[in-house]
Design a protein around this ligand. Sequence first.
Ligand SMILES: Nc1nc2c(c(=O)[nH]1)N[C@H]1C(S)=C(S)[C@@H](COP(=O)(O)O)O[C@H]1N2
Ligand SMILES: [Mo]
Length: 346
Amino acid sequence: MLVHNDFPEDLETPVEYFDSWLTPVDRFFVRQHLPRPKVDAATYRLKVHGLVNSPLELSLDDLKKFAQVKVPATLECAGNGRGNFKPKIPGLQWTKGAIGNAEWRGVRVADLLKKAGVKPEAKFGTANGMDVGAGKTPDFIRSVPLRKLLHESTIIALEMNGQPLPELHGFPARLIVPGWDGASWVKWVNDLQLAPESDKGFYFATAYKYPNFSVGPGGAAKPEEMEVLEGMAVVSFFSKPLDQAKVKIGAVPVMGVAFGGEHRITRVEVSADGGAKWVDAKLGAENFQFAWRTFTHEFKASKKGYYTLCCRATDSAGRVQPIEAEWNPSGYLWNAVDRIGITVEG
Ligand SMILES: Nc1nc2c(c(=O)[nH]1)N[C@H]1C(S)=C(S)[C@@H](COP(=O)(O)O)O[C@H]1N2
Ligand SMILES: [Mo]
């Protein structure tokens, strides 16, 4: 893993591990703003309260009694790729690996809310995890609008890739908000409060916002021009070959992953000449709305030399990756066409 911080851990997945549809748990990127909480599964309770008719306080066993659903979904940090923006933007300098795909399993938030009975004035659910503010870093709290919370694929996950959630990824329970930026996926979640308005704390009212117009490189926007991030952009990343690899003349296997946030991936194109000519890559069989799609391609290298390989994804909403990602003050949603260089040796 690429270590950005070792306490609390911020770990990036090297792109070479984007070679399978499911990202192994021990290769999955990790982002945490605060020291990890100590969790006791036996005393753990999830509170569902606020604008509900009957507040709930659920143990892990209580949660397991609800219908368990499986949701394959890709988790991507809004800041993935921040390190590729010019001019440079403060914050974690993720390159390409703050993204991973897993099969999450747990309880539909809609089922919990049905049991609690949501009052008509409720518009948001505000989720808080067991980690608490430390020093100058405030508590990590996020609101999700009711329309997304009630979606059948929005769950409180207890499992990741068939095993209990690892501590680093939110044991014993985390929110899964498919297609939306990682910040909404609150880990170690133990509190869901229904409210007429969204949370006023730093992580919802200030952070994870994007200007409602293109500010240009190094530009700024007023607070009232910033909008809360929801769905992620369309992206793709090469896994193989590695950037600056040396390969032999002949068939060069190319593979990678493509993700469209709330939209399915419908096409991935590959270029071997820096984006002059494009050909369609072959898409992987697994095709789910909120999960990335793998792609493969065979580059027939017939002549020695240096080649610039590019990949470009299109999603079902018709979004296509741009050549250059739109610069924004916090460095979110980097999604430029991916580009690597390889040397074909004679
Ligand atoms: N409680 C809590 N949940 C959290 C965070 C956090 O700091 N605390 N970080 C969020 C952010 S910004 C991201 S990108 C994802 C990362 O999830 P992962 O560590 O499982 O990859 O968790 C989100 N959930
Ligand atoms: Mo994030």
